[in-house]
Design a binder for this molecule. Structure first.
Ligand SMILES: [Ca+2]
Length: 167
């Protein structure tokens, strides 16, 4: 069984990687706010941050983060074999594995996460617009889906809890 220390290291690395790639917890919390405040007008950014932190504590989420970011970084450096190198570097829309990887995050609070994920993936608010701007040479083929998925999962967590409290 893995001990608490190993668990903490895995979470620390995942958080560090997000930060290195230009994504702050507050950026993801703002996406949660975007998804949820029409249903919960009193929702605070602190509550959104708390939900994001809970999602980041999950091992399957940490695994998706470090795997996706690693592939983005290797593509940025031109270190992948073809045809994967061009596919990921160009963020080809038919590739689809970036989305499949993100589904492992969306799943952690059940299926309502999928609706949130689909919606935010289309709208691309806030940090997602920045990650999708390919003008500066960086590759975020996996990261944009990961960030959207964390926000979708955090939103689902919040919605589940709110539904519970109102019963
Ligand atoms: Ca993508």
């Amino acid at each position: 069984m893995e001990n608490k220390q190993q668990k903490d290291i895995s979470e620390q690395i995942a958080r560090q990687k997000l930060k290195e790639r230009g994504v702050e917890i507050e950026d993801i919390a703002e996406l949660v706010m975007y998804l949820q405040n029409k249903y919960f007008p009193d929702l605070t950014i602190e509550e959104c941050i708390e939900s994001v932190n809970r999602v980041l504590a999950k091992r399957e989420v940490q695994n998706a983060i470090v795997t996706g970011i690693q592939l983005d970084e290797l593509a940025e450096k031109g270190l992948l074999d073809e045809p994967l190198q061009s596919t990921i570097a160009r963020d080809e829309s038919l590739y689809g594995i970036d989305e499949i990887l993100a589904f492992s995050i969306v799943n952690v609070y059940g299926s309502i996460g999928f609706t949130n994920y689909g919606y935010i993936d289309k709208q691309k608010p806030g940090i997602l617009a920045k990650l999708n701007d390919h003008s500066n040479g960086s590759c975020h083929t996996f990261l944009d889906d990961i960030v959207g998925a964390i926000a979708a999962a955090a939103s689902s967590r919040h919605a589940h809890r709110a539904a519970h409290e109102s019963q």
